[in-house]
Design a protein around this ligand. Sequence first.
Ligand code: BES
Ligand code: MN
Ligand code: MN
Length: 460
Amino acid sequence: MTVEAALQYLESQHNALIERLRDFIRIPSVSAQKSHAEDMHCCADFLMKTLTDMGLQPRKMPTGGWDVIYAEWLEAGPEAPTILIYGHYDVQPPEPLEPWTRQPFDAEIDEGRIWGRGSADDKGQIWTHIAALEAYFRTAGRLPVNIKILIEGEEEIGSDNLPGFVQQHAEMLKADAVLISDTSQFAPGMPAITYGLRGLCYLEVRVQGAKMDLHSGGYGGAVPNPIHALAEMLAALHDADNRVTVPGFYDDVTPLQDWEREAWSKLPFDEAEYIKMLGIQKLQGEQGFSTLERLWARPTLEINGIFGGYAGPGAKTVLPCWAGAKISCRLVPNQKSADISKKLENHLRALAPETVSMTVEHMAGGEPSAFPTDHPWIKAGERAISKGFGREPVYTRLGGSIPIVQLFSETLGTPVVLLGYCHPDCGAHGPDEFFGIDEFTAGARSNVFMLDEAAHIPSV
Ligand code: BES
Ligand code: MN
Ligand code: MN
């Protein structure tokens, strides 16, 4: 049986697959930093070679930003379904480095885990798909379905160029379903299918006072301080119930469904344990919602960074002439990124005192998404994970964003199946990121089953 042979391959080639994954992780493909341009190209080449060795003819395609890697295998024929597998080869900057207890790009193996930036987000998870495809090619010499693979290099900086690429190549990317492993399990050993992600809008605001920094003794008390102005503006963005004060912010929010509320309340979520893991005193969030509801189904506003004035060592008496902040909102269906961005800007303008002038720069955005859990493709994912992990997945939504997911579903008119394999506290974007070796194994096995399950879903 082809599935058995493919699974056998995963087992016999386990060590070699892990070693190659480590090579992948060792390439510091940090898309946000221009100094890593060479590494970005090197990482793209690594994938080109990987896919070529598998017998595919991959293409490095320009996007206006970092290249996209694309390959397809359509020899299962027009009757068989076509799956588009998406992932990203870029990683977040590892900085700050002090809190890491391992080297971010050594791909050290310890405690049954591979440690390193990008090990979970998203290199290790892409690798579960590469392994599954390779397992079929090296055993059966073919796949049970048609496959298209798109691995981008700009996800961690907002996928600015990908929407244009997807629209331009909509025909090339046409598929019956999109498969993505860039989310997480609900708990270790408790795999999840994610049926909804939050969207995002992001802006940077700057307020300007005097035209130059001033002596805080010589001028302070008579001249406005833009840091004070900004602090007041930012403090006014939430009310006493932790609701966002931007007018119209909640207007388009699709309310949480009763069945979701019920199902999520049954998930084994230990709030005390969560608080301990985070090292906080207590949780804080919108009144009237549980923690999972706040994280998965409610929109939020976060200040990501605040800057201005003197923050160096020692005391410098200065009345700074400007201050700035980076603000993001996580969005839920049916909010629109551009709409919320505009409403936030208008609100900031209304809040800004006359003593400062204000400028706003709008940055990365992405729409929220949600998919029906009873869709045949999602059900196929459920069966695949059940076999791959030996345990049925739970259905979750997640708070993070994958900007292209909603566009895929709109442009291609297909569901997106989010099969998440990494640990929920895998250190993505933070220090000591890891991907469990057993997570890799169960993920790759699930993908093998998924390709087989997919072959039995009629193509539309
Ligand atoms: N893999 C994550 C998305 C994610 C995180 C999904 C947590 C579910 C749970 C992805 O790489 C990511 O970090 N996305 C960014 C998007 C942003 C840079 C536009 C995010 O969510 O902040
Ligand atoms: Mn990711
Ligand atoms: Mn990420």
